[in-house]
Design a protein around this ligand. Structure first.
Ligand code: GDG
Length: 462
């Protein structure tokens, strides 16, 4: 019998809230949680991660929580308030995130706390070592846990370990700004298989390994520490059937009708976490430019931007929010008339059925991150379009652009080009829209998240 799968990620695939001191545990709906649910259940393995901050639970509540987690075969790694601040908010979200998204301008002037990052990563590795049995496979996820593969390897030299990076690996010139560049790369090389969304990210990693350690890859394999480490490309997908099914549901259909009510003008849509990597300010300026250059769209086109609050404790996120809100105010102030406003800005998350209804109602989906590991929103839009309609405008700097070549690909830094692509999307002939959407759908429906997980695990098993 093959062994179990031990999944390791910063967050467990559940959200925990409290009601009267008692924990309420709900399954998360994110891409990772969905994609790994099947392998987690089938292998009877364990998922190791943090529950997120728990404020309202007393001692009894915490014991009850442990019982509930155990039932789901989840193991929680506890973090102190200081560890959350340093490991999670500072090193992961204020240092690694901006560097991996090419935003050195967002770095704090002085970085410390690598010792805390190491200590927390070691705690995750200890949890793996406690759970691991002969034959088990370990799959570690993302930038919070870059040291974990090596730390597990120290504890269990013969373990089979996989690592997947969900965000970009930047060019070495940028990555080398990190004081801990060597430790981080060595951390990843503790794995047997290191996975990326795109060839480009893998290429950057290989270049970093070469320059730091003098090791060349042969057929995407490194000889390191007496082992072979394979660097693979595994573009993550979504639960495409689920989006397709929900897009056809009565709840979504009636929401689409509501969104379209009394309205004949076209709808442009953006949906993102409010993050400086997502390119929202330049996207807004592109909408402004569209209205300036193509006055025929004034009082007709609507741009809906859902900006989900994210990492609000980090200063850079407060800044991008201010920037976005000031642009929305300026553009609406310039172009609105009493009965119409060009930009509908929503600073909160919407339900899944409203999300899918928006995908369905949109004429043009605008996904223009300045850098993005993959971008699942683009794929969700495509999966929801069972009507084979709607146009995707997609940044060349999203990992998804390597696959979704039938979208209108733009350079998000070139605001004029983005504005022209929006115009082109708005005037595109129905036959061309259908042709492009069919091609996009073929790709998204085939390469779904289940296939992604299966491909990675197959490589890890080899
Ligand atoms: C990281 C990488 C990579 C968004 N708004 C609402 C909502 N969402 C959901 C979307 C989608 C998810 O959030 C966002 O996923 P993305 O992939 O677009 O972006 P990140 O959060 O930055 O994810 C990224 C990903 O990891 C996976 O490897 O693709 O590059 O940065 O699923 O649907 N969901 C609901 N309401 C909202 O308002 N219900």
């Amino acid at each position: 019998m093959s062994g179990r799968l031990l999944i390791v990620s910063n967050r467990l695939p559940v959200t925990v809230s409290g009601s009267d001191g008692r924990p309420v545990v709900r399954a998360s709906v994110g891409g990772l949680a969905t994609g790994l649910r099947t392998p987690h259940e089938r292998s009877h393995g364990t998922w190791i991660g943090w529950t997120g901050e728990l404020v309202e639970l007393g001692e009894d509540g915490r014991c009850e929580l442990q019982r509930q987690l155990q039932k789901r075969r989840l193991v929680s790694v506890e973090l102190s308030a200081e560890e959350i601040r340093v490991y999670y908010e500072r090193i992961a979200n204020s240092v690694l995130w901006p560097v991996c998204h090419d935003r050195l301008d967002q770095l704090p002037l002085r970085v410390n706390g690598w010792d805390v990052y190491e200590r927390v990563n070691a705690r995750f590795a200890d949890a793996v070592a406690r759970e691991w049995r002969e034959g088990d496979q370990v799959w570690v996820h993302d930038y919070h846990l870059l040291r974990v593969p090596a730390l597990v390897r120290e504890r269990i030299p013969r373990a089979r370990i996989g690592f997947f990076l969900h965000i970009p690996f930047p060019t070495p010139e940028i990555f080398f700004t990190l004081a801990w560049r060597r430790e981080l790369v060595e951390g990843m090389l503790g794995a047997d298989v290191v996975g990326f969304h795109t060839k480009r990210h893998r290429g950057h990693f290989a270049a970093a390994v070469h320059r730091l350690l003098g090791i060349n890859a042969h057929a995407n394999e490194f000889e390191y520490g007496g082992r072979r480490v394979r660097a693979g490309v595994f573009p993550m997908g979504i639960d495409a059937r689920d989006f397709e099914r929900r897009a056809e549901s009565p709840a979504v259909r009636s929401e689409v009708t509501r969104l379209r009510r009394n309205d004949t003008g076209p709808l442009l849509l953006g949906i993102d976490r409010l993050d400086y990597s997502k390119g929202i300010p330049r996207r807004l300026i592109a909408v402004e430019q569209l209205l300036r250059r193509h006055p025929e769209w004034r009082e007709r086109v609507r741009f809906v931007q859902i900006a989900v609050p994210s990492r609000e404790g980090v200063r850079a996120y407060q800044h991008v929010r201010e920037e976005v809100e000031s642009l929305v105010g300026r553009i609406n102030g310039t172009y609105s008339v009493p009965a119409w406003a060009p930009i509908h800005y929503v600073h909160r998350s919407v339900s899944r059925s409203v999300l899918i209804a928006l995908y369905r109602a949109a004429d043009v989906m605008v996904v223009t991150p300045v850098r993005d590991g993959m971008n699942l929103v683009a794929k969700e839009f495509v999966a929801s379009r069972t009507d084979n309609d709607g146009v995707l405008v997609l940044s060349e700097f999203a990992g998804a652009a390597e696959e979704l070549v039938d979208s209108l690909i733009v350079n998000p830094y070139d605001v004029d080009q983005t504005a022209e692509a929006m115009h082109q999307a708005l005037v595109m002939a129905p036959e061309e829209r259908t042709r492009r959407m069919r091609a996009l759908r073929e790709c998204v429906m085939k390469n779904d998240v289940q296939r992604w997980a299966a491909n990675f695990l197959e490589a890890l098993g080899e």
